[in-house]
Design a binder for this molecule. Sequence first.
Ligand SMILES: NC(=O)c1ccc[n+]([C@@H]2O[C@H](COP(=O)([O-])OP(=O)(O)OC[C@H]3O[C@@H](n4cnc5c(N)ncnc54)[C@H](O)[C@@H]3O)[C@@H](O)[C@H]2O)c1
Length: 465
Amino acid sequence: MSPAAEAFARLRAGDARRRTEFTVQKRRAVLKRLASEIRAREAEIMAALAADLGKPAVEVRISEIIPILSEIRHTSRHLKAWAGVRRVRPTLSMIGTRATIRPEPKGTVLILAPWNYPLCLALGPLVSAIAAGNAAVVKPSELAPATSALVAKIVAACLPEDLVAVVEGGVETATALLAQPFDHIFFTGSPAVGKVVMAAAAKTLASVTLELGGKSPVILGPDADLKKAARMVAWGKFQNAGQTCIAPDHVFVPRAQEAGFTKALRAEIARMYGARPQASRSFARLIGAKHFERVRGMVTEAVGHGATLITGGEAEAASRYLAPTVLTHVPADAALMREEIFGPVLPVIAYDDLGAVLAGIEAGEKPLALYVFARDRKLIARICAATTSGAVGVNVTLAHFLHLNLPFGGIGQSGLGAAHGRWGFQAFSHEKPVLENRFAVLDPLMPPYGKLSARLARLVQALVG
Ligand SMILES: NC(=O)c1ccc[n+]([C@@H]2O[C@H](COP(=O)([O-])OP(=O)(O)OC[C@H]3O[C@@H](n4cnc5c(N)ncnc54)[C@H](O)[C@@H]3O)[C@@H](O)[C@H]2O)c1
């Protein structure tokens, strides 16, 4: 038996038992152990992420550790309410019945994680899966090997073997796992692999949550505070060297503000990373050689076709360093404007007509996030109404990821379903309706149909219709 099949079979064997025995109290206790283990291994977590991504310690805390710990805290606090049986009122034709909704675990689920936030995006969904009462197989990304090994170590140290299994490996391992009849697949990664996952899920009719990527645009209104916008955009873009699914991909700025905004951006980059970002301890590295060459190649291509380099562009292959880079006049057909950039490169595009910008966004793939910087509330409302995206940030970037009373997810090419808090719990639950007959008048509606049933059916229609 392959490790994938073995892990699945081992967990699946406990499905029926867990349904009755894995109480809210026990789920909370498991989550508490996970939180303690993460706290105890902080230094190892920092070291693993430094090895994989050169990720600064503060960024590890903010974007890897805090999201998991706050997910555990929030979930533990609300779990009793989320998991409880809810009574619902009968609708008109159902008078005489008693109806409840019982959230129950889907069973044994699969979590496939990417490399860019390799701890948070492996263990965050696991919190929701356990909270909903499931067993889970987690496959971390092979491209972040130090963190992948640490995820396996953390899980082995604190979670029961018959509840969670970590299976490490690459595409082959993922493919073997996808062949197992999991009850739900929670995938975070690229839209291209998202399609592979959905096709595999179709074979067993597993439900899916797809947390994908895409190009998240920023729109500056004419009244935007340029300094504040530049600070937020630089933070959102250059954190983790741009390898963030909700990073601002490119910025649309009114033509009159283009020079002021790029000047403010240059100042913010210098303030955040100093005159030599390569020496900064606040700036991460690209994940691997292939990814480095892809992003650097996009910059070279754009500059070769007339883009203006405002700042950055320096690169060092050996350390996978690419400087925070800002470009203007990037041709519309350049790879930078077609592909998700996923690196520290920011095209700034001057616009004359906001309507055309909005129409362009609507004509393309639906973004995972869209950011607006403006003061005029009417303009903000117009942009919100005219565009579709996974989420909207107004005068802020990235932070909606941390707000656990908001669903987190994409739409269309940027994803399917939602994660975090209550939505994460629901993704891994089946909301089972239970309808109980008490004194419902159904007999006269049964065959043989006579005058009475015809009259009653008409009466019911008149009542409800
Ligand atoms: N929406 C979100 O929450 C979110 C978060 C982080 C990253 N992302 C997106 O993820 C992408 C970057 O991550 P990535 O490069 O790790 O994604 P990826 O799709 O290459 O890999 C994700 C996972 O799928 C596995 N995988 C890769 N190819 C596979 C295949 N052919 N068949 C089966 N499994 C396969 C990998 O081993 C990994 O575990 C970006 O597009 C980014 O926007 C989205």
